[in-house]
Design a protein. Structure first.
Length: 331
């Protein structure tokens, strides 16, 4: 299987029960997660050799992060220890017509306060075929915006493919700052997770209806270096009931999965990361795009059925799910 490196911040997540408000909670469900960490775990589940690079405090929480990643078969050789704290966030879990909401407590975290690249480049990129990173990382600080570009340039110099998930977070940076930084990063990207809203609000593409092909084509004109775009189309009927369709665009062709009806949703967090990992798995194993978009969307749909940030399903389980025509018990 392929050698993959992901880099980003991992945080402690504290979630309420669905029937309890955050300000009334006396206990929380605890998970560890982050965009790139979640992708790493999915790809490890698909038998790829995956390493996760980040920085965590040298204390019990940092050790818990290391054990969390190792539990799912992800290498932590590039996990650094030091700095002040592990970032965390609080999730008030919604249900029905009440939406979920997030409060971040991530300022001054060990990863976000890095001001130099603390890894040695040759060992960092040793045998790496694909680097996956997200727009969350350059949003953390001015310095990480610079470091992200430097890292991606180094990857290109070493002929490492770059996967980038725009993953815009309004609580981390403004549209104007994101636009400026993305304009320096996207020319370096090979595979990009971006949809209609990214095209309109971050890439200044004129809104023109709901035809996704138009937005993909316009993004491709701006950044012809990007071989493949992908995203999901989500219809939110309620917090507990969504429908999901996956899409991939390559060389003027749009590939679409079947529609998944996800109800009840147990935990939506990490669904996009599960989709990204499914797409990357298809690319790394040279599957056709019909299979890849179907596999990735099925993986995302399955992620919605379990607690926690990361997907926990194998290739065989996802393939069985994507080809199933009913929900009878598997005996």
């Amino acid at each position: 299987m392929s050698n993959v490196l992901t880099l980003g911040e991992i945080m402690l997540r504290l979630s309420t029960r669905t029937d309890t408000r955050l300000n009334e909670s006396k206990q929380f469900q605890v998970h560890y997660g982050g965009c790139e960490a979640n992708v790493a775990i999915s790809l490890a589940n698909y038998n790829h050799n995956v390493s996760f690079a980040s920085k965590v405090p040298d204390n019990a929480l940092g050790l818990a992060v290391k054990r969390h990643m190792q539990h799912y078969g992800v290498s932590t050789d590039s996990l650094l220890f030091g700095g002040s704290r592990l970032g965390c966030y609080f999730l008030e879990t919604g249900v029905g017509e009440r939406t979920s909401s997030v409060i971040y407590d991530r300022a001054n975290s060990s990863f976000s306060e890095m001001d130099t690249f603390e890894w040695e480049m040759d060992s960092f990129f040793n045998n790496v075929e694909l680097l996956h990173i997200s727009g969350i990382t350059p949003a953390l600080s001015k310095q990480w915006a610079i470091l992200t570009q430097q890292l991606m340039k180094e990857a290109k110099r070493r002929k490492v493919k770059i996967s980038f998930d725009i993953n815009y977070r309004a609580k981390l940076w403004s549209h104007s700052n994101a636009k400026r930084v993305l304009s320096t990063l996207l020319p370096l990207v090979d595979y990009c997770s971006a949809g209609k809203l990214d095209a309109i609000h971050l890439l200044d593409i004129e809104e023109a209806g709901s035809d996704l092909t138009y937005y993909y084509e316009e993004m491709s004109k701006l950044y012809p270096n990007i071989e493949l775009f992908y995203s999901t189309l989500r219809e939110i009927h309620s917090t507990s009931y969504n429908t999901l369709v996956g899409t991939i665009w390559n060389k003027g062709n749009l590939y679409t999965s079947k529609k998944h009806m996800i109800t009840p949703i147990i935990d939506r967090v990490g669904g996009g990361d599960a989709f990204s990992a499914g797409v990357l798995h298809g690319l790394l194993t040279k599957q056709d795009y019909e299979y890849t978009v179907s596999f990735a969307t099925a993986a995302s749909a399955m992620k919605h059925t379990i607690y926690g940030d990361c997907n926990q399903f194998s290739i065989e389980e996802i393939e069985e799910f994507m080809n199933r025509t009913d929900q009878r018990i598997m005996r």
